[in-house]
Design a protein around this ligand. Structure first.
Ligand code: SF4
Length: 375
């Protein structure tokens, strides 16, 4: 048994069932992105998607049967997950793991599910909830300009069917930066999309990309992104720091000198400027992507504003030697948060590696190389 799945999902959907309803990205031009480069966008036929959902329902039944046979009732535990995977392969493993986490969340792939006709999307979502009754929350990626073209009534229909959240790549609120990276959306469309999504009662998560303006536009990137967030007031704001990947237009811009990437400290200062410029929002800030240097930078505004600025200031207040140790430890996956530096074994291990790096420039190159490996 097989279903079709796409390559990515947001970090927060790690325990979700993945159902692919379109293939690749209908835009596919963003200068920093190579997820779908060279791949053709297409809408999957609705009947094929419904067949995939039926397949998942059958697989879920088999997985639960393994559990019953072992005398554990319908509760799927880690032993059942391993056995389902080793006995039947990847799809059973994926569905078993989804059931292990409660079988409640589904993420619709790929990059912009809202390009489907609203009626088709409603049909898919309703079918999902009928075929898989444990499902409580259905989420998807969506592009702001596509969402802005839908009416609030259409979005409300989607929410009533069961679409709970949209994950939207905002990247920046600066029209200069959005144009430079060929995002194909404007600050105005971002705000319009946010207002419609919220009016429809759907939760909105915006992804922003610290460092995306480069040294050339860092200040506008921070201030204008904050201004758009102040108007859009998304439920969630997720940082996903830029990593310039080879074979992307942004890499070519960097090589030609048209784009100067920020160093780790400059990115953190940019994030500080953005956070201190947010006003009147009730957004939850999350930094759960591996690419963020300060993964602990999170909280709900306005109450946690000082706490978040304090996290940034703690980092900025480190000596250059401490910063170098933290940056390398973080990028090597030895540290998750700054407190991890208190662990002497880990700290000394990183110090030993640092001794082999000749100078700050070489460290910068090493860090950039490590960041690109997270993609
Ligand atoms: S819209 Fe998203 S998936 Fe498509 S090119 Fe841009 S960043 Fe990549």
């Amino acid at each position: 048994m097989q279903i079709e799945q796409g390559p990515i999902r947001p970090p927060s959907e790690a325990s979700s069932l993945l159902i692919r309803i379109t293939r690749n990205c209908p835009w596919n031009k963003c200068a920093f992105c190579k997820t779908y480069k060279g791949k053709q966008f297409s809408r999957r036929p609705v009947e094929d998607i419904l067949r995939d959902i039926d397949t998942v329902a059958q697989v879920a039944k088999q997985v639960r049967q393994i559990s019953w046979n072992k005398g554990w009732g319908s509760r799927v535990n880690s032993t059942v997950v391993s056995e389902a995977g080793s006995r039947y392969g990847y799809l059973h493993y994926h569905v078993a793991q989804w059931l292990y986490y409660g079988g409640k969340n589904v993420f619709l792939q790929d990059a912009n599910s809202l390009v489907l006709k609203t009626d088709d999307l409603v049909r898919i979502i309703q079918y999902l909830r009928t075929a898989l009754p444990s499902v409580e929350r259905i989420t998807t990626y969506a592009r702001a300009n596509t969402v802005a073209r839908k009416s609030v009534d259409e979005l409300r229909e989607l929410r009533e069917a069961g679409l709970a959240r949209m994950h939207m790549g905002m990247e920046s609120g600066s029209d200069i930066v959005l144009k430079m990276i060929q995002k194909g959306i404007t600050a105005k469309q971002l705000i319009e999309a946010a207002q419609k999504v919220k009016a429809a009662g759907i939760s909105l998560c915006w992804y922003i990309m610290p460092g995306l303006g480069g040294r050339e536009h860092s200040r506008e990137h921070a201030l204008e992104t904050a201004a758009v967030i102040n108007q859009g007031n998304p439920d969630y704001l997720r940082f996903r720091t830029l990593s310039v990947l080879k074979r992307t237009p942004l890499y070519e811009m960097m090589s030609s000198g048209a784009f100067t990437p920020l160093d780790e400290d400059e990115v953190i200062r940019e994030q500080r400027l953005l956070l201190e410029s947010l006003e009147g929002v009730t957004t939850t800030v999350v930094s759960d992507h591996m690419l963020n240097l300060l993964q602990e930078l999170g909280g709900t505004l306005p109450g946690d504003r000082d706490k978040m600025l304090g996290i940034i200031d703690r980092y900025l207040g480190m000596t250059p030697e401490e910063k170098a140790n933290y940056q390398l430890g973080r990028r090597a996956g030895i540290y998750a948060i700054m407190d991890d530096m208190q662990n002497q074994n880990r700290f000394l291990y990183i110090e030993k590696i640092l001794k082999r790096i000749k100078n700050p420039e070489e460290l910068k190159l090493e860090l950039a190389k490590m960041r690109s490996q997270f993609m």
